[in-house]
Design a binder for this molecule. Structure first.
Ligand SMILES: [Zn+2]
Ligand SMILES: [Zn+2]
Length: 277
């Protein structure tokens, strides 16, 4: 039975840039970005990195499925799981794919079609038998994908653009902001506005303030900046996300220890973890 008020996020991929399966990342997980967010009976999915394949496998038994997939952007680590999403091959299922970073020069259908194109990939987008709708919007717009579910968005600072999301359900909120670079001098006002008063904020924390130097322009941020933004915007729970593939479990344990001393209740995302506002 579905609890019509249950609101939660489950992490299927927490890693940035490239998947890194192996004994040294087994606890935090090696798959790239993918979140499942349940708003009662409604299913929202965010990003289709390598974790998306595992989410798909878990969903097979729920057919017929109607769900929305929101993409932060289309760098490969956020879309490469799409062709391996088994529910996409069931004609009973229906999906809408949303992207806010491509207009006016591209559309999401065109860009995903370019990824699934020979000789880079053996089959095209048309292989999917589920009903798939492609929806481009402008980051900054607000979307109401289902009754009682509000998705607010904001543009992020990332090469080729990206979209940040705030999902609201039953007066609670979960924010997902990955692949964004901060400016060391001033906080990103668009992000502060989006996350104000949120219950959970999942933020691109690939680097530390120290290791950020020399990586300006790469499009990523630090866990210290995430903490500062959450403090400034009165956020309840800060979640470190988009881990560097070179950061093994021991390294992530140290980050978890440090952040929980500085901002108690903060969390380092792990594959399989479920968080509720
Ligand atoms: Zn990424
Ligand atoms: Zn990216």
């Amino acid at each position: 039975m579905v609890d019509n008020n249950d609101f939660y996020v489950r992490f299927w991929g927490v890693r940035g840039s490239i998947a890194c399966a192996g004994p040294e990342t087994v606890r935090y997980g090696g798959n790239t970005s993918c979140l499942e967010i349940r708003c009662g009976e409604y299913l929202l999915m965010f990003d289709a990195g390598t974790g998306f394949r595992y989410l798909g496998n878990a969903l097979v038994k729920e057919a017929p499925i109607q769900a929305d997939l929101f993409l932060t952007h289309t760098h490969l680590d956020h879309v490469v799981g799409l062709p391996f999403f088994v529910p996409g091959f069931n004609p009973q299922n229906e999906f809408r794919i949303w992207a806010g970073h491509l207009l006016p020069n591209h559309t999401i259908r065109e860009v995903l079609g370019a990824m699934m194109m020979a000789p880079l990939f053996p089959v095209s987008l048309e292989i999917f038998q589920a009903k798939i709708g492609f929806h481009d919007f402008h980051a900054g717009e607000t979307i109401a994908p289902k009754p009682g579910v509000i998705v607010r968005t904001a543009p992020l600072n990332h090469p080729n653009n990206a979209t940040g999301y705030r999902i609201e359900f039953n007066d609670q909120s979960i924010c997902y902001l990955t692949d964004t670079e901060h400016n060391a001098d001033t906080p990103d006002q668009k992000i502060l506005d989006l996350i104000e008063g949120a219950d959970i904020v999942i933020y691109d924390s690939m680097y530390t303030d120290e290791t950020f130097h020399g990586r300006e322009g790469w499009g990523h941020s630090t866990w210290q900046e995430g903490m500062r933004l959450c403090d400034a915007a009165n956020v309840k729970m800060f979640v470190i996300f988009h881990h560097d593939p070179d950061h093994d479990d021991g390294y992530m344990d140290e980050v978890a220890k440090e952040v929980s001393q500085l901002r108690p209740g903060s969390i380092v995302a792990q594959e399989g973890m479920v968080l509720r506002p």
